[in-house]
Ligand binder design. Structure first.
Ligand SMILES: [Zn+2]
Length: 152
């Protein structure tokens, strides 16, 4: 019998507007933004990928999001927040939601991402700053209070 090692489907992320192989996302969550993805045939995933590339124009937004995520989670900060808040969702979903929150904060002006003028080996040159620490804490609590309540 012929081997059926290659899956015939891909996973599609509506947020990133791109497809992933099953190997990239064993839990069917997008490896970039942790959104649950839907399965689709290989050809339509490729066709959608091509169309989406034209719409999105570049990976910059995705890379920007990854950078934000790397900055706030470094030195184990992501795990530390996760432990304190103990939200009822897997860690990668938590990371994605806090990343969204920080990006909203940056848009609204109460969060600032500080970057060195050129890529640097000094991790401390990359950091997140808050105009209002209390606000970040409040927003985090509000965001994850609902998941805790839903559980109880
Ligand atoms: Zn995604």
């Amino acid at each position: 019998m012929a081997k059926t090692a290659t899956p015939k489907t891909y996973l599609w992320c509506d947020v990133c507007r791109r497809s992933y192989g099953h190997d990239d996302a064993p839990d069917a969550l997008c490896p970039v933004c942790a959104t649950p993805m839907r399965e689709m045939g290989r050809l339509s995933a490729i066709a959608r990928g091509f169309m989406a590339n034209e719409l999105v124009a570049s990976d910059l937004r995705t890379k920007h999001r990854q950078l934000v995520r790397l900055i706030w989670t470094r030195n184990g900060m992501g795990e530390r927040y996760y432990k304190v808040l103990a939200p009822d969702l897997p860690y990668n979903r938590f990371e994605a939601r806090v990343t969204e929150l920080l990006m909203r904060g940056a848009e609204e002006g109460w969060v600032r991402f500080v970057l060195p003028p050129a890529p640097s080996s000094d991790d401390a040159a990359y950091r997140v700053e808050f105009d209002d620490d209390e606000r970040f804490v409040r927003e985090m609590e509000a965001m994850f209070a609902s998941t805790a309540a839903a559980e109880g």
